[in-house]
Design a protein around this ligand. Sequence first.
Ligand SMILES: [Zn+2]
Length: 123
Amino acid sequence: MSTASNLPMPNPRQVNGFLVTVSLPPTLSASHLCRGDIFTLPANPNQHLTVETIAPHPEIGSRLTITTNDMPISFTLHIDEPVQPVRMPRTMRVTCRLCGAATDVDLDLVTHGEPKIWICSRH
Ligand SMILES: [Zn+2]
């Protein structure tokens, strides 16, 4: 089994510095989802769901109530339920390893991976 897809990779899209990211695993727990994310459920991988709202269930703390743009009714998922992320746009604050300066970068965590190391363009 190859682990090559999980190795840290430079992200050439950043113009104001150098960012090393680590690929997301193919599935994440539902608690990682935010409004605007696109995901599929493992049982139905062809149906892309776009999160409209996501909130803790009012009575069952271990579940999330999710509404999507794609289904007329809301549904609940356990916070640890695996989902397959398709798009997870985020603005992440990264801190330069060399000078400590903070910068906000816009990423799609699915396409670009999670930020691990940031070196700003002053170096
Ligand atoms: Zn720096």
